[in-house]
Design a binder for this molecule. Structure first.
Ligand code: PGA
Length: 237
């Protein structure tokens, strides 16, 4: 089955660096059998989209405003992302939750705002996969997915906070039960089972094993996506 491999550049790379990355990366994944997406910062989206126009690689953003437009200084709307060339947007990343106070209610509004513009959404859950994860995931999903347009593309990302940027990954045997609960709870709200990605210190050395899991539909990659060669290795796993 075709899976997803998504790069989250976080707050790294200038426009020039994004351009150099895109030029190098597109040839490295020309034979890739997965869906590949790269998410630079807002300012890198247009250049990235232009360079990757003739490739199968999707371009995404790492966040969007919950409002459509208005006096919201510093915010970037889903419509603006679309016009810059984005196909997809990550919302509710745990760094957004931790440093910018995003709640499930806010993330729910962002999903709806993005869907209104026809952007595919990767909605991140905030759970560490530890004790009580079933109840926490159920509660979160009910708020996160409330009233979401089921005709639009939605992917869920599960990234245990302790695994992000730490070099520690969840044991593959532990990923499976969590993704199963996510799919079951999401099915109850959406009426279908969405794809679920795993994220947290994914690198070329562990990508293959996680991609082989039936219940994980792909990977969300931070640190290891910064280098085009390393990320291409993950994509070609
Ligand atoms: P990491 O980040 O791969 O550097 O752990 C993942 C993420 O935050 O999406």
């Amino acid at each position: 089955m075709r899976k997803w491999v998504v790069a989250n550049f976080k707050m790294y790379k200038t426009i020039e660096e994004v351009e150099a990355y895109a030029e190098e990366f597109k040839d490295l994944v020309a034979e890739c059998k997965h869906n590949v997406a790269v998410c630079p910062t807002f300012v890198g989206i247009k250049s990235m989209a232009e360079i990757l126009e003739d490739s199968d690689i999707y371009v995404g953003a790492q966040n969007c405003a919950e409002e459509e437009e208005g006096a919201f200084t510093g915010e970037v709307s889903a419509k603006m992302l679309k016009s810059a060339g984005a196909d997809i947007v990550i919302v509710g990343h745990s760094e957004r939750r931790r440093y910018y106070g995003e709640t499930d209610e806010i993330v729910n509004k962002k999903i709806k705002a993005a869907h209104k513009e026809g952007l595919a959404v990767i909605a991140c859950l905030a759970d560490d996969g530890g004790e009580g994860f079933e109840e926490n995931i159920k509660k979160q999903i009910e708020v996160l997915l409330d009233g979401v347009d089921t005709g639009e593309k939605l992917i869920i990302a599960f990234e245990p906070v302790w695994a992000i940027g730490t070099g520690k990954t969840m044991q593959t045997a532990d990923i499976e039960p969590v993704t199963k609960v996510i799919k079951e709870e999401a099915r109850k709200v959406l009426g279908y089972i969405p794809e679920v990605l795993y994220g947290g210190s994914v690198k070329a050395s562990n990508a293959e094993e996680i991609l082989a899991l039936d219940s994980a539909d792909g990977l969300l990659v931070g640190g290891a996506s910064k280098d085009p060669n390393e990320f291409a290795k993950i994509c070609n796993s």
